[in-house]
Design a protein around this ligand. Structure first.
Ligand code: C2O
Length: 476
């Protein structure tokens, strides 16, 4: 790790951490007043003058004037994302946290004010792009956007119930995307709910630069990611634990980032796991939305999944339908008819000890972000107009940069786009479906995917290779 101690202390405002309290530095540390953490603020509360917002604007202006070859320039900073950003795997959260931190330092130097902190855009409470990011000649404006100043980010992806569900996930991977051995494919992975729902949809909904891996060219990118980072910090504050996987924690983002002098730096994943240890926090980080916390870890236990491996394509005209046979057996597993170690009772479902999940995998990257997909089970007459209030609605998924040609550097062979994977919670939809007591169990469950275009030119087409229904169990 090449983060210089000097820089760390500087950027953390002399955070009097436990490190300093060890050994001979004790008396020196004691003599320091506990310094305040830096606070990243909600852009909705910032004035266009004399605030972190005006400092941001100044920094963007200065960085845009620098030559593209300068690592501290606007264009070069965006190219870091194009070249290295991990998506669809669990390096997503720590990589983007590191990216924001190094960018924020470069902004401080560029605007000439060491007090600057990057604001965030809370699209849940303010679903349109902030007014200060519009207007020709405004350095915060990006004229490639498809969304206009009054286009809201859809509640289906950013609304309070969606965010509440995401903040109550307990598995790090369900929350922050799935295990992989390296930041870019081929290495396994899968898209978690924070990334696959609000994160991806906001990118696609804004469109233009925001719709692809050059997205940091749009100044709103950084505030969008500060909000993703805030939701991660909030999730931790609510008592959920980050992965302790050792290879993951020791993984190094090698020279992906640059310091304020333009020198490349290495950043290790484990150094990104706690925002306060990095010297900052968010102004609203505690119990946002007043969501009651459900502490639980769910592990997938069922080996008797309902599976469909017949590939099907969802379009805007017709849903992809996956018929998963074996519901009777699954139902028995859910009840206590079969004496299996992992039998699940409806008691366990209703008390929240078990969940039913739908796993969509082997998805061909659509290469387009101008549509999203709604997932239903057993919905009669499903069309693109079926409302999400329909009781058969499970959830929605969105895509980002899925056709990006993966290259770590110019000497490397490009890798083909990797298959995608999403996990949705269908407990609410399916617990009664599988109820042995209702006597209406057929041996089949239909999982349906319908492609919803975001504009009329959208082809809206998604091919999925595998759909499973599994039981997940609360750990401990
Ligand atoms: Cu790596 Cu939201 O982007």
């Amino acid at each position: 790790m090449q983060i210089k101690r000097r820089n760390f202390i500087k950027s953390s405002s002399l955070l009097a951490g436990s490190v300093l309290l060890a050994g001979k530095e004790l008396s020196w540390a004691k003599s320091l007043a506990a310094p305040a953490l830096r606070v990243r603020k909600n852009v909705a509360n910032l004035s266009p003058t004399n605030s972190d917002l005006s400092l941001y604007s100044k920094a963007v202006q200065v960085m845009k004037q620098r030559p593209a070859s300068d690592p501290t320039s606007w264009h070069y900073q965006a190219s870091i994302h194009y070249n290295f950003c991990p998506h669809g795997n669990w390096f997503f959260l720590p990589w983007h946290r590191a990216y924001l931190l190094k960018f924020e330092e470069i902004c401080r130097a560029a605007c000439g004010n060491p007090a600057f902190n990057l604001p965030y855009w809370d699209w849940t409470t303010h679903p349109t792009i902030p007014a200060s990011f519009w207007g020709n000649g405004n350095v915060l404006f990006d004229n490639t956007r498809q969304a206009g100043p009054t286009t809201p980010m859809p509640a289906e992806f950013v609304g309070p119930p969606v965010i509440a569900t995401i903040l109550n996930l307990d598995s790090y991977e369900d929350f922050g995307s799935y295990k992989a051995v390296s930041q870019r494919p081929p290495s396994g992975g899968g898209t978690g709910q924070l990334e696959g729902r609000p994160h991806n949809n906001v990118h696609g909904r804004i469109g233009g630069n925001m719709g692809n891996y050059w997205s940091p060219l749009d100044p709103i990118f950084w505030l969008h990611h500060a909000n993703i980072d805030r939701l991660w910090a909030t999730w931790n504050d609510r008592g959920h634990q980050n992965s302790t996987d050792v290879p993951y924690n020791n993984y190094v983002f090698k020279q992906n980032f640059h310091n304020i002098n333009g020198a490349p730096v290495d950043i290790v994943v484990k150094s990104m796991m706690n925002e306060r240890n990095l010297g900052y926090m968010y102004d609203t980080q505690h119990n946002i939305l007043n969501i009651p916390r459900l502490a639980s870890t769910f592990n997938i236990i069922s080996n008797d999944e309902l599976v469909s491996t017949a590939s099907a394509t969802a379009t805007k005209q017709a849903p992809a339908v996956f018929s998963l046979a074996g519901a009777q057996r699954f139902s028995n597993l859910m009840g206590h008819k079969i004496n299996k170690g992992n039998a699940v009772t409806f008691d366990q479902i209703s008390t929240g000890k078990k969940e039913i999940k739908i796993i969509l995998s082997d998805i061909v990257p659509p290469g387009k972000e101008d549509f999203f997909v709604r997932v239903f089970v057993d919905a009669p007459d499903l069309t693109v107009n079926t409302p999400i209030t329909d009781p058969h609605y499970v959830g929605s998924i969105s895509f980002f940069g899925s056709n990006h040609v993966m290259k770590m550097d110019n000497n490397m062979e490009p890798m083909p786009p990797h298959r995608l994977k999403f996990v949705l919670d269908a407990t609410r939809n399916l617990s009664s479906h599988f109820s042995v007591s209702t006597n209406k169990v057929s041996d089949e469950v239909k999982v349906q995917l319908i492609a919803v275009p975001m504009n009329e030119n959208s082809e809206a087409k998604l091919t999925t290779g595998k759909v499973e229904i599994v039981i997940a169990e609360k750990a401990g």
